[in-house]
Design a protein around this ligand. Structure first.
Ligand code: HEC
Ligand code: HEC
Ligand code: HEC
Ligand code: HEC
Ligand code: HEC
Length: 181
């Protein structure tokens, strides 16, 4: 009886430990090339529009990741005194090096998501899916699953169920091949 109790206790302890450690161990954080404050650019005196940096082009393609040339118009030399801006000008703008931005909301390759259909035709606000990123002080944390390589943000929000739920609400077709190729 006593042995059984010891085994049972040991078993529950290791279960509890695995439960606490595994979800965090499963993900590794991928660093951004540099920090970036949306609030500085979309608020205050700058009041830039989302599409100034994340443009939906005339052909419907979404140029989601900003290119250096769209930043360089303002940042040829530091305008302020922040460390982030100094690093940005010295390491990227002056040598003409594109920052390799990481994407927290990246979907698996087999899922197809077009921005133009949602923003232009569907008239959905960016906030519907991305929350307050456009007003935030820091970029969202990019965490990927060590085994599947999938993004944690996508695995907790913007899952297939979320896509399908909204498509049903809008009476849109939602067959597998609408979103998978
Ligand atoms: C001055 C340029 C600029 C403006 C204006 C801007 N952004 Fe960004 N945004 C960036 C940069 C740089 C990143 C980093 C690239 C990345 O992480 O995808 C970023 C990242 C993001 C991301 C994170 C994507 C991800 O999953 O990692 C979202 C969402 C976003 N921006 C939404 C917005 C919204 C909404 C607005 C308008 C309210 C906006 N942005 C205005 C430059 C800008
Ligand atoms: C219906 C939900 C939805 C709306 C509305 C939406 N997005 Fe996204 N966004 C996503 C998804 C899903 C991804 C991931 C796409 C992928 O991995 O193929 C994404 C990716 C991004 C990225 C990362 C870069 C890239 O090209 O993947 C940026 C930046 C971004 N969105 C900004 C915006 C902005 C700015 C708006 C408003 C103009 C907007 N999004 C509206 C769902 C949405
Ligand atoms: C319309 C002009 C304009 C454009 C375009 C612009 N910025 Fe800025 N940016 C500013 C101003 C103004 C500040 C604030 C400078 C200060 O007073 O500290 C700033 C601050 C910054 C800073 C330091 C604060 C922070 O953490 O965000 C970084 C880094 C930065 N910008 C990166 C970028 C990148 C990357 C792009 C292109 C995707 C970009 N900027 C496009 C005007 C601009
Ligand atoms: C908040 C509501 C909402 C969410 C969430 C949403 N969608 Fe949509 N989606 C729409 C609307 C509205 C349209 C149709 C726009 C139109 O044609 O009028 C659409 C259209 C589409 C289309 C068809 C594009 C075309 O050219 O016909 C695809 C593919 C799609 N969505 C994929 C996705 C995926 C993948 C996700 C999840 C990552 C997603 N959607 C999440 C509302 C949503
Ligand atoms: C409205 C868009 C949409 C529709 C319709 C849709 N899916 Fe998905 N599906 C997604 C997205 C986005 C993901 C990735 C995010 C996730 O795993 O939740 C996904 C993930 C999956 C995965 C997991 C893939 C992996 O690599 O782990 C499977 C399997 C899948 N879908 C099968 C289906 C089947 C079968 C149907 C038809 C009955 C279907 N899907 C319909 C958007 C959609």
């Amino acid at each position: 009886m006593r042995e059984l109790l010891i085994v049972a206790t040991g078993f529950s302890l290791s279960l509890a430990l695995g439960w606490l450690v595994a979800p965090n161990w499963s993900y590794r954080t991928v660093p951004q090339p540099l920090q970036f404050s949306h609030a500085v650019h979309t608020g205050g005196d700058n009041k830039m529009a989302c599409q100034d940096c994340h443009a939906i082009q005339d052909d419907g393609k979404f140029a989601g990741l900003p290119v250096l040339s769209s930043c360089a118009t303002c940042h040829t030399a530091p305008m302020g005194k922040t460390q982030d801006e100094a690093v940005f000008v010295k390491d990227y703008v002056t040598p003409g090096r594109e920052p390799k931005w990481m994407v927290a909301s990246r979907q698996p390759d087999n899922a197809w998501f077009p921005h133009a259909a949602h923003v232009k035709r569907g008239k959905l606000a960016c906030e519907t899916c991305h929350g307050a990123v456009g007003k935030s002080q820091a970029l969202p944390l990019v965490e990927v699953n060590r085994i599947s390589g999938y993004s944690r943000a996508v695995m907790t929000r913007m899952r297939m169920d979320d896509c399908v739920a909204c498509h049903k609400k809008h009476n849109l077709s939602h067959s597998c091949l609408d979103c998978h190729r």
